[in-house]
Ligand binder design. Structure first.
Ligand SMILES: NC(=O)C1=CN([C@@H]2O[C@H](COP(=O)(O)OP(=O)(O)OC[C@H]3O[C@@H](n4cnc5c(N)ncnc54)[C@H](OP(=O)(O)O)[C@@H]3O)[C@@H](O)[C@H]2O)C=CC1
Ligand SMILES: CC(=O)N[C@@H](CCC(=O)OP(=O)(O)O)C(=O)O
Length: 346
């Protein structure tokens, strides 16, 4: 077995995604976190502000210095807010140094990024070096991995078996996605106030969510005639978890047994995607704390709609866990290394 140690840096370590990387990487047998970075100039040990890390890590944030990171590590994770990595990564890309970027900065082409993120995009020459990598369908020839977004991950895994076989009716792809609050990151605003979220349920960014072009772009790669989806997002009063309900019609009539088999065949060699037994649907709790995506389907012969439910932990499968899965692929490790987690069920 390859026991070579992979030294890594984490930029954006004090966010939810960065802290989750620290937590998961602690259990990775061949990774050593050698440097951590954020915006403050605070040089105290990370466990002073984050006491849950006491006795697990002895490391303090240091100023971000790309040359030093490249000399002292083998890979850098960017777990920074959107709009940050595009301005910080040029030297890594020019040196062909491995980067896994959890933000949306390198997932889209320049015009789409400008429209959907409302920010100035990275130069197209840098965007061209990045590869969007849904880790369960890893096919990558780049050292710059754009890790998928959380909603996009749950949605794409729900639709991949159909899109890959050209089975989606392009006019009938309706996605109703819901997320726990940690998906919004650590910054506070009125809509993430406890009193607004607790015992409440609300839809946000209808038809305007930045993951719409990301999902459409990947679906189009699998099934070329798809160029739009109906997509809404809602906020669940829980910390972690995404629940995607996809309602789709198909380009040909298939029995419920055949549809179930298509999903089972697509995912039979994918350790992190579990297809539920026929007509059983997953719930969020069975994946929270894990890198699994659990998927179930049910077909209505009267309306001809197939309902697909896909659940993930937004912080793990939707961010840090998938980033580690991509890193494992990049370094030719078994993709499950450091990620074999069972949900805390009760
Ligand atoms: N939360 C989730 O479930 C998911 C998040 N993502 C994406 O991952 C990224 C991180 O998300 P999340 O952890 O939730 O965000 P947070 O807002 O919780 O954290 C953002 C992190 O970025 C750091 N940061 C911001 N600006 C800079 C800068 N200029 N230089 C260095 N560090 C900087 C912050 O440092 P400081 O503490 O000093 O301010 C903080 O550590 C985002 O792009 C998000 O969209 C993707 C999938 C799911
Ligand atoms: C609950 C919640 O607010 N979720 C965030 C997820 C955003 C995210 O991680 O987006 P990027 O990866 O595209 O930056 C949202 O809907 O905007």
């Amino acid at each position: 077995m390859n026991k070579k140690i992979i030294n890594v840096a984490i930029v954006g370590v004090t966010g939810y995604g960065g802290l989750e990387l620290l937590r998961l990487l602690h259990n990775h047998p061949t990774v050593h976190v050698v440097s951590i970075h954020n915006t403050s100039n605070d040089s105290e040990d990370i466990s002073v502000s984050y006491p849950h890390l006491q006795s697990m890590y002895k490391i303090a944030p240091t100023p971000f210095d790309p040359l030093h990171i490249m000399q002292s590590t083998d890979l850098v994770f960017f777990a920074t807010s959107s709009g940050v990595s595009k301005d910080l990564v040029q030297q890594f890309i020019e040196a062909n140094f491995p980067v896994i970027d959890l933000s949306g900065d390198f997932r889209l082409n320049a015009p789409d990024y400008e429209v959907w993120y409302k920010k100035t995009p990275a130069p197209q020459s840098l965007l061209d070096q990045a590869n969007y990598s849904l880790a369960d369908f890893y096919q990558n020839d780049s050292h710059y991995i754009a890790n998928p977004g959380c909603y996009a991950t749950a949605t794409l895994l729900a639709l991949a078996p159909l899109a890959q076989q050209q089975l989606l009716d392009q006019e009938n792809i309706v996605i109703d996605a819901k997320s726990g609050l940690s998906g919004a990151g650590k910054s506070l605003n009125l809509s993430s106030h406890f009193v607004n979220v607790n015992e409440n349920f609300s839809m946000y960014k209808p038809n305007h969510h930045q993951h719409i072009p990301e999902i459409t772009q990947q679906l189009k790669h699998w099934q070329s005639n798809i160029d739009h989806i109906q997509f809404t997002t809602s906020l669940l009063p829980i910390n972690r978890g995404i629940f995607v309900s996809a309602y789709v019609k198909l380009t040909k009539q298939l029995s419920a047994d055949t549809l179930q088999k298509i999903f089972e065949d697509t995912y039979k060699n994918k350790p992190f995607v579990r297809v539920m037994p026929k007509d059983q649907l997953p719930d969020i709790k069975q994946v929270v704390g894990t890198n699994f995506a659990d998927i179930g389907l049910t077909y209505n012969p009267n309306t001809k709609y197939l309902t697909i439910v896909s659940v993930i932990d937004n912080m793990i499968k939707g961010a840090a866990g998938q980033a580690i899965q991509n890193m494992n692929h990049l370094f030719n490790l078994d993709e499950t290394t450091g990620l074999q987690l069972i949900a805390q069920y009760a």
